[in-house]
Design a protein around this ligand. Structure first.
Ligand SMILES: NC(=O)c1ccc[n+]([C@@H]2O[C@H](COP(=O)([O-])OP(=O)(O)OC[C@H]3O[C@@H](n4cnc5c(N)ncnc54)[C@H](O)[C@@H]3O)[C@@H](O)[C@H]2O)c1
Length: 558
């Protein structure tokens, strides 16, 4: 496909084509008008051959973090006789930002970096060995589908820092996808929305779009539209979190419901992880939003107790361990420096927004969910205060300090930096005049900083909430810990990455070369290590670690 595309391009007299650049820097010219007919002919031929072998054709729309792996999970599905049952066409719009994912997948290469080795292996196997997965840019692929799976993004964009209520659901990608799908699909095709959406979206936004488009095509049957949300977790069990995990689903009518149950039973491990089937899509959409709002709320709940602990000599780490012994309280979790990831900062917002903008209510029933998100979104700002205070105790103003941040991602042992608390720590410290450098063993590019003019969306970088952010475009995350430590005035332990749990105070001290401030945001240091840092002349502070003062008194007793 690429050869054809680039050969055609080099003979074309039209202006230079646009180019998509992969994260590794490889350049892929976007397809031009005359490429589309060839591409669709190629897919028609492939689909006809696969159908003749008894396989259903599944088109997955949106090849992002979720869609690319879901596409491969479906392409890998087998029946009881061990025969592949689906041929999957991954469909991705050919934008300069995303087109590169298509040629990479067609080479058998995963478009994203994952800590789960099964991601690379699964995509390679389906594309190159079993030939059950291809990727394309042409929406005409939808004409070939028995099933369409929608995995495009639905963002919740916030206007203010720490006020989720003034934000809004950005439905543009989802609405555009639904219109495209409805223009092309066969009326018998099942359309399954997996995107996390505002409750009400499937029945009140997507279904009407499809009905209208069907009417324009003079089709009188009801669209077979269903909803089943993803519970995928970045990390070492990424594939299993899609394939070997419980699912909730529902359909807009009985036939859609039966079709989605059949499809999910064929492609996921529902024998070990049975499906929950709900009556209406609004219930399955609400289940997803409640699931993530609940998690956001129990995390936010401990923010005030974390401050209480710091001010009153309490080690929250030990308190949480003590409380968790009760089986009814075993999911109490320490919140770390803010709650990031793609889902928890936005999903409750989708629910609050839907109440007003989809269902039309004008009163305000939400007290806990928005407040939990606001607390989580701003919790990390307190880290900058701890850095400032620790440095002040050492006689050094933060404005002349070299601060090393350990951990840029939102969660331990993953390279995903989306909405991480670390981003705000860097921004706040930079505003206060500190020079910040960052280390993360899993992150090569911190796009939120490097590409802050356009990422995550033009005009929506968190840079706009802080002063003096321009130079952060030049911040590059290093993987060389020893070099990063050298000469640091303050070290912020921001993420529980495995290598940070093992750090030995004496070795760190040798690498830094002098006493420094160390700020533990995630209960990484035990009392032995805290005491050792103090003995070495370092200043130690930690979120929720109010007992450090006591340890200091113990070792400094004459
Ligand atoms: N990433 C996670 O950890 C996670 C976990 C659970 C649920 N989810 C949900 O899954 C959904 C997808 O998330 P993601 O992380 O894969 O997002 P993503 O941004 O990585 O991927 C979305 C993809 O869809 C493509 N796209 C957008 N509009 C399109 C169109 N009209 N036609 C074809 N392609 C189009 C984009 O270019 C992109 O490649 C979201 O609703 C998210 O909330 C994500």
């Amino acid at each position: 496909m690429n050869k054809t595309a680039s050969a055609k391009h080099s003979h074309s007299a039209s202006p230079a084509p646009q180019v998509a650049i992969s994260p590794e820097g490889e350049r892929f010219p976007l397809p031009v008008a005359e490429d589309y007919a060839n591409e669709f002919a190629r897919l028609q031929e492939l689909a006809a051959r696969q159908r003749a072998e008894g396989r259903e054709i599944v088109v997955v729309v949106g090849l992002g973090f979720v869609g690319a792996v879901m596409a491969a999970v479906v392409a890998d599905a087998k029946d009881a006789q061990g025969r592949h049952t689906k041929f999957v066409i991954g469909m991705q719009r050919p934008s300069p930002r995303s087109f590169w994912k298509i040629p990479l997948i067609n080479r058998g290469v995963a478009p994203m970096k994952s800590e789960d080795p099964e991601v690379d292996e699964l995509i390679r196997r389906c594309v190159l060995e079993h030939h059950t997965l291809v990727a394309t840019y042409t929406e005409e692929a939808l004409k070939l589908a028995d099933v369409v799976v929608v995995d495009v993004q639905c963002d919740y964009l916030k206007h203010d820092l720490g006020n989720v209520r003034t934000g809004f659901a950005d439905m543009a990608a989802l609405e555009a996808s639904m219109e495209t799908i409805a223009r092309h699909v066969s009326p018998q095709a099942l359309v399954l929305i997996e995107t996390t959406v505002a409750p009400g979206t499937t029945e009140q936004i997507a279904y009407p779009i499809m009905v209208k488009a069907f009417r324009e095509r003079s089709l009188c049957s009801a669209p077979l539209l269903a909803h089943s949300y993803e519970r995928v977790m970045p990390g070492r069990h990424y594939v299993a979190s899609i394939r070997d995990f419980w699912r909730v689903c529902s359909g807009v009518n009985e036939e859609a419901k039966q079709r989605v149950v059949k499809f999910l039973n064929e492609v996921l491990n529902t024998r070990d992880f049975p499906l929950t089937v709900l009556d209406r899509p609004v219930e399955s959409e609400t289940a997803k939003i409640i699931e993530n709002s609940y998690r956001a709320t129990i995390l936010a709940f401990l923010d005030e107790w974390s401050q209480f602990a710091e001010r009153n000599g309490v080690d929250l780490r030990k308190v949480i361990d003590a409380v968790r012994v009760r089986p009814t309280h075993s999911n109490l979790i320490f919140p770390g420096p803010g709650i990031g990831g793609y889902c928890l900062p936005k999903d409750g917002g989708l629910g609050v927004w839907a109440y007003k903008h989809i269902f039309g209510w004008s009163d305000d029933i939400f007290k806990i969910t928005p407040q939990a998100i606001d607390i989580n979104d701003t919790r990390s700002l307190h880290v900058a205060e701890l850095v400032r205070d620790a440095l002040r105790n050492m006689g050094k103003p933060v404005a002349v300090a070299e601060v090393l941040l350990l951990g840029a991602s939102y969660r331990e042992d993953v390279g995903d930096t989306r909405y991480s608390g670390s981003e705000l720590i860097v921004r706040k410290l930079t505003e206060m005049g500190a020079s910040v450098r960052a280390h993360d063993p899993y992150v090569d590019h911190w796009w939120e900083l490097e590409a802050q003019d356009t990422y995550p969306t033009p005009g929506f970088s968190k840079a706009r909430f802080f002063d003096r952010q321009e130079k952060l475009k030049d911040l590059r995350v290093t993987n060389d810990l020893d070099a990063a430590l050298k000469g640091a005035d303050a070290i912020v332990l921001a993420v529980r990455h495995a290598p940070y749990l093992k750090l030995d105070p004496d070795a760190v001290f040798r690498s830094v070369g002098k006493p420094f401030a160390i700020i533990d945001c995630f209960c990484i240091l035990d009392d032995r290590k805290i005491k050792r840092y103090l003995e070495l002349g370092c200043e130690v502070k930690g979120m929720g670690r109010g007992h450090i003062r006591r340890l200091k008194d113990e070792i400094r007793k004459p």
